[in-house]
Ligand binder design. Structure first.
Ligand code: ZN
Length: 304
């Protein structure tokens, strides 16, 4: 089953809601970065938050979620666009912690305290435009990520929000584990919403099971939204696939290398006989042999 996101509106436009299944993309990220189960949960929740926030962007924008934290995971960076593409990484992908007292991944223990930053900016690669980004931040109050993103949206963006995120993994024969279910939902209310609607929504959201439980029962984003909204009906504005996708390429890696000083390129050629570049976001490795480096050097000679 492909990962899907549904964005909808309810209560005469006073309520905005998004739900997404992200099982494949979290599995994809976990495999690429060879993360531990704990990091799979932490990174997977953040990637899912990225997908949810990405769906609220204008077409040409992108959003970055940055957790700068003191816990052993060291930090998480996630970037998403409005087209359903998301990529991201954890600073220390192999950190693993025992399950917490509720038999869940100890994401809070891995993250610790620190700051959550959210940056929204025009996607330079899509628009060729560079505008000052919008940046908001809050202290990490929970470390479980969903609460932190909700706190950010409510405090910094001043939109009361409920966020639920989850990742469930199972042992696998060929790999240490696989992601069996991942997803999340976001519900936001706008000024003018009645107290009655607020009360009812609060009750239904609180009564909603874990997202991963609903996904494992076979529920899709529509059913998840309906469960979270309780008695309220909603109108779907958008339904689309979401995926882990990186913007790196051999050509971009080559351009980065070409931007280096020729002295550095010479040193690489002499000492290593080549160069290797790893993309933080997707862990792709780009190799350049001695001939590639010589070609880059002769280009930089001819442009000097
Ligand atoms: Zn990449």
């Amino acid at each position: 089953m492909k990962d899907v996101l549904v964005r909808a509106t309810a209560c005469e436009g006073m309520v905005r809601c998004v739900a997404a299944i992200t099982t494949q993309l979290v599995d994809d990220a976990s495999r690429r970065h060879r993360v531990s189960p704990t990091v799979s949960a932490a990174l997977g929740r953040t990637l899912t938050a990225g997908v949810l926030l990405g769906s609220l962007l204008k077409d040409t924008e992108k959003v970055t979620i940055l957790l700068q934290c003191t816990g052993p995971i060291g930090g998480i960076t996630v970037e998403a666009d409005a087209q359903g593409n998301v990529r991201g990484y954890a600073k220390n992908p192999h950190v693993d912690l025992p399950l917490n007292e509720r038999k869940k991944f100890d994401v809070r223990g891995a993250v610790g305290s620190g700051m959550l930053y959210v940056l929204r900016e025009a996607d330079y690669y899509r628009t060729g435009l560079f505008r000052d980004p919008y940046c908001g931040s809050v202290p990490i109050i929970s470390g479980e990520i969903a609460e932190d993103v909700a706190y950010y949206l409510t405090q910094s963006e001043q939109i009361p929000s409920a966020v639920s995120l989850g990742v469930f993994v199972l042992p696998d024969e060929e790999r240490p584990f696989r992601v069996e279910a991942a997803g999340g939902f976001l519900i936001q209310t706008f000024p003018g919403v009645s107290d009655e609607v607020l009360r009812n929504l609060e009750r239904s959201v609180l009564a909603t099971p874990y997202v991963t439980e609903m996904i494992r029962q076979g529920m899709g984003p529509r059913e998840i939204l309906q469960t979270a909204l309780g008695a309220y009906t909603f109108e779907i504005l958008e339904e689309k696939e979401v995926r882990f996708a990186c913007t790196c390429s051999p050509e971009r890696a080559r351009r980065l290398l070409a931007a280096l000083d020729s002295k550095e390129l010479c040193a690489m050629l002499r000492e290593d006989g080549g160069a290797e570049m790893t993309c933080h976001f997707c862990n792709a490795v780009y190799h350049f042999n001695a001939d590639d480096l010589r070609a880059l050097l002769s280009e930089s000679d001819s442009t000097a």
